[in-house]
Ligand binder design. Sequence first.
Ligand SMILES: [Zn+2]
Length: 136
Amino acid sequence: MNGLKYKIAKIMEGRYGVDALYYALFVLWVVLAVINIFTKNTVIYVITLLIVILMLFRSLSKNISRRRRENDIFLSIFRKIRSEAVLLKDRIKDVGKARYRKCRHCHAITRLPVKRGKHTVKCPRCGEKFDVHIII
Ligand SMILES: [Zn+2]
């Protein structure tokens, strides 16, 4: 067993390995593979093969800086999507209880109580004041 471990470690020496993008591709592969069990679609099958090839290519690549850059781009997009999803979840949870408005100066989202009319709001992040009009 130690001999196999050593051989794998020797193969992976100087190579990129796995990262967040690898795991995301793996999750996508699993989802598409499960869908393909029921649909038996050739296009989905080809996409799953391409995903596996991409995962192998990235993890065995020796161009570490480029793979790291790809992962950073993926993470910045993923974080943006995740924060938008959390905001959407909060907005749905607070329907009728709160309104969300974006600060024009720093673009921070502010949660406001539902009070009909025009109000001046002070941004909790940057301290700038801006007007909001809440219609119920
Ligand atoms: Zn602000």
